[in-house]
Design a protein around this ligand. Structure first.
Ligand SMILES: Cc1ncc(COP(=O)(O)O)c(C=O)c1O
Length: 272
């Protein structure tokens, strides 16, 4: 589902890849002129949304089957959500993290109960969730597992998509994500997706985590890439790793074991 970043040359040409016969919009031209090009959206300008429907600038209606990659799975302009947004914005919109707020505690409690995770960190983007998981896993590796400082390894899957920070694009197997952005952070080991034997072989006493997304956003989306339940048999301390399982439904939430003993085995079982 993820749109590839194409070369600057190809982004100059506004085409009609979805065959909707939509004329190039002056709004698209303006965005191209003033926006930093980190993405190539479809040449459609959405202006209004309600429930599962979107309307473009010409009044054409679309069934929104993308849902902003899950960010608006609840639909567009849900009246209860809009009312809650308005009420909260009128009361208190933004504070810095230097203070507590009267809403965050209840939100965190509800979110962790809903997801069954120990703790949650609300962030704005998927990549922030991944970066936080990587940091937590490395610190767990050093403080709990006893990995020598600076030697932590994190196992990732080929054809992953976890976002576009420099760390994350550094372990992407898609050359266009890393092209021109190096040098990258070390400490990542890539294995083929779904290959349990490759995962077991990749785990060493320095392994801090296995990072895997249960939904493949692009490349090889066929059935061989569907997530398989992963169950690691204990092999002493080498098998003690933190599993960071991220799905599109939970990509803004991260989880890592807190006080796991180095001898324990983590079981990571993403759902199909
Ligand atoms: C599976 C997956 N992981 C991570 C991300 C990164 O999220 P963001 O672009 O919000 O940083 C995305 C973005 O679409 C995604 O689809």
């Amino acid at each position: 589902m993820k749109q590839p970043i194409r070369s600057a040359k190809s982004t100059n040409a506004i085409t009609d890849p979805v065959g909707l016969g939509v004329a190039p919009s002056s709004l698209i031209e303006t965005e191209h002129r003033y926006g930093a090009r980190n993405y190539e959206p479809l040449p459609v300008v959405m202006a209004h949304g309600e429930g599962v429907w979107l309307w473009d600038e010409h009044g054409r209606r679309y069934l929104d089957m993308l849902s902003a990659y899950s960010a608006v799975s609840h639909g567009h302009a849900h009246p209860r959500i809009v009312q809650a947004l308005i009420a909260q914005a009128q009361r208190l919109s933004v504070t810095s993290r230097a203070v507590h707020t009267d809403k965050l505690p209840a939100f965190l409690k509800r979110l962790t109960e809903l997801t069954g995770l120990d703790r949650a960190l609300p962030v704005n983007t998927g990549l922030e969730a991944v970066e936080t998981a990587l940091k937590a896993a490395r610190k767990w590796g050093y403080r709990v597992k006893g990995i020598p400082e600076g030697r932590a390894e994190i196992v990732v899957c080929e054809n992953n998509f976890h976002g576009r920070s420099i760390t994350i694009v550094g372990f992407s197997s898609d050359p266009q994500y890393g092209d021109g952005f190096g040098p990258f952070a070390p400490g990542f080991k890539s294995i083929p997706f779904g290959e349990i034997a490759a995962l077991e072989a990749a785990i060493s006493p320095h392994t801090a985590a296995f990072l895997v997304g249960s939904s493949r956003s692009r490349a090889r989306a066929e059935s061989s890439c569907r997530p398989k339940a992963i169950s690691l048999k204990s092999r002493g301390s080498a098998a003690s790793i933190a599993c960071c399982c991220l799905s599109t439904r939970s990509r803004r939430v991260w989880a890592a074991p807190e006080n796991s003993s180095p001898a324990s085995t983590k079981v990571c079982a993403p759902t199909a």
